[in-house]
Write a protein that binds this ligand. Structure first.
Ligand SMILES: Cc1cc2nc3c(=O)[nH]c(=O)nc-3n(C[C@H](O)[C@H](O)[C@H](O)COP(=O)(O)O)c2cc1C
Length: 219
């Protein structure tokens, strides 16, 4: 796949086949993403790859917390407010996604069911949890974003699908405890990884983008 095609065709995948992903393939993805640029080549990322029994155990822990209504205690707090233009994009995203799935505005039960799918990793056989040292600042957060996009693109290039999930970072203490991760590492984001099930309902929705000219000033 050409690089430009990969960038243009990657989408979040929220329905996976049960087919396991080999360690060799996961290593290939990690290796390709590790070629990402970073501030003074600092490479701040640390990754936990979770499959098999550990995947099931962690999924249950996170699912139970989310289903019980436990409040998020994310290391990277969610924004409290957005500038107006951005706020409207997030609302359009939510509304269009539920519309594509035929879920009504007031159908809170179904909306909650869909939210909880996050914690089942959308049935993906592999989950990744991505950390960086708590003492690092915004430049490293930028490096993390570049690395994480690299993971999604490398996976896509190998015929796999990914969904980045802030929701998987809602309960970082539970993740650290289950995976024996030291306290100095903050959980930045989680990601489901597997072979896409293109027939899955949750993969019906395709996100849109604002036009290039709406975010670019030309001189
Ligand atoms: C940092 C980050 C956190 C995200 N968290 C979630 C999440 O918790 N659950 C989910 O289903 N999608 C999540 N997404 C996926 C976005 O909704 C998705 O990238 C966006 O709507 C654009 O769609 P696309 O990835 O299909 O192009 C997240 C994406 C990013 C980059």
């Amino acid at each position: 796949m050409k690089l430009i095609e990969g960038l243009e065709t990657r989408t979040s995948i929220r329905g996976f086949k049960p087919t396991p992903v080999s360690k060799e393939t996961i290593k290939k993805i990690l290796h390709a993403a590790s070629r990402s640029p970073s501030y003074t080549n600092s490479q701040p990322w640390e990754v936990a790859v979770v499959t098999g029994a550990k995947r099931d155990e962690l999924s249950k822990i996170l699912y139970d917390l989310a289903a019980s209504g436990a409040k998020s205690n994310a290391d990277v707090p969610a924004p409290k407010s957005w500038p107006e233009a951005i706020d409207s994009r997030t609302k359009v995203h939510g509304a269009k996604r539920f519309e594509a799935l035929g879920v009504g505005r007031d159908d809170t039960a179904r909306r909650n069911e869909l939210r909880l799918q996050n914690f089942k990793f959308f049935d993906a056989p592999c989950a990744m949890f991505i950390f960086m040292d708590k003492s690092l600042g915004p430049w490293s957060t930028m490096d993390m974003g570049i690395f994480i996009h690299g993971l999604t693109l490398a996976a896509h290039g190998l015929g796999l699908g990914t969904c980045l999930q802030a929701s998987l970072a809602n309960y970082p203490d539970a993740v650290r405890s289950a995976l024996n991760i030291p306290d100095n590492l903050q959980l930045v984001v989680g990601m489901s990884l597997g072979y896409p099930d293109h027939d899955a309902d949750l993969n019906k929705y395709k996100s849109t983008r604002v036009d290039v000219d709406s975010f670019t000033r030309w001189y």
